[in-house]
Design a protein around this ligand. Structure first.
Ligand code: PGA
Length: 257
């Protein structure tokens, strides 16, 4: 059973509502170039979800970049799963390295958020990845194993099968540096192996695992051509409609190669 490849944009803290609308309108003009063989999602700042829900081409799903795990309460500044779902989010990025490092998110908190997203009927995009110190110490595989195990702990095999994991080496994010496609494939195959151990072969075969970190139109096909890499999570290069479409075309072309 082939896994459908995904192109996911993570806009981080970029774009006002007006800017998000302009992107969606530009993407609408280019959307004939988005192959139906792929899945697409954009994760904008939460402030733009409502507008994008109306103006984004229907081929492109929406996601949130973060949620809190409690359903409601006195948690100043946080948003809940129901709040983003109501605004049209189908996906929620959980455990992005910027949240782990800048906002002190622990494996335990990430796990609670993943469970809350699944319970709300949305799809978590669980981010895992080693930093440069860990990589240089040869700890890449133990780190991604721990983050994957802890992030998905407590989920049924059926829930894991629906989940998306993104392998994002921290040193590759926004840096212009990437591992080779072959090195990313090794780590992503190992993540799939961890999921097979913990949640069964069926879940491991179905779960989609993306690569993220300095993905651009000119390198995406190499990553997505690897047998275990099911697409990409893209920051900077997802901010322009033309670049988003160019990545989609490179991915679709790679499929046919
Ligand atoms: P980048 O970000 O594509 O700008 O490196 C990727 C991410 O942080 O998801």
């Amino acid at each position: 059973m082939a896994r459908r490849k995904m192109l996911v944009g993570n806009w981080k803290m970029y774009k006002t509502v007006a800017e998000a609308r302009a992107f969606a309108e530009a993407l609408g003009r280019l959307s004939g170039r988005l192959s139906d063989d792929l899945e697409y999602a954009i994760c904008p700042p939460v402030t733009a979800l409502q507008t994008l829900r109306v103006v984004m081409p229907t081929k492109v799903a929406l996601g949130a970049q973060n949620v809190y795990f409690e359903p409601q309460g006195a948690f100043t500044g946080e948003v809940s799963t129901d709040m983003v779902k109501e605004l049209g989010a189908r996906y929620v990025i959980v455990g992005h390295s910027e949240r782990r490092t800048l906002f002190c998110e622990t494996d335990d908190l990430v796990q609670k958020k993943v469970q809350a997203v699944v319970a709300a009927g949305m799809v978590p995009i669980l981010c895992v990845g080693e930093n440069l110190v860990e990589r240089d110490a040869g700890e890449t595989l133990p780190v991604v194993r721990r983050q994957t195990e802890r992030g998905l702990a407590g989920l049924s095999g059926a829930a894991v099968a629906q989940t998306v994991v993104a392998y994002e080496p921290v040193w590759a994010i926004g840096s212009g540096r990437t591992p080779s496609a072959e090195d990313a494939e090794v780590v992503i195959a190992a993540i799939r192996g961890v999921i097979a151990e913990q949640h069964g072969l069926e879940a491991a075969e179905a779960v989609r695992i993306l690569y993220g970190g300095s993905v651009k139109p000119n390198n995406i096909a190499g990553f997505c051509g690897q047998p275990n890499i099911d697409g990409a999570l893209v920051g900077g290069a997802s901010l322009e409609a033309e670049s988003f479409v160019a990545m989609a075309e490179a991915m679709a072309g790679g499929d046919n190669a």
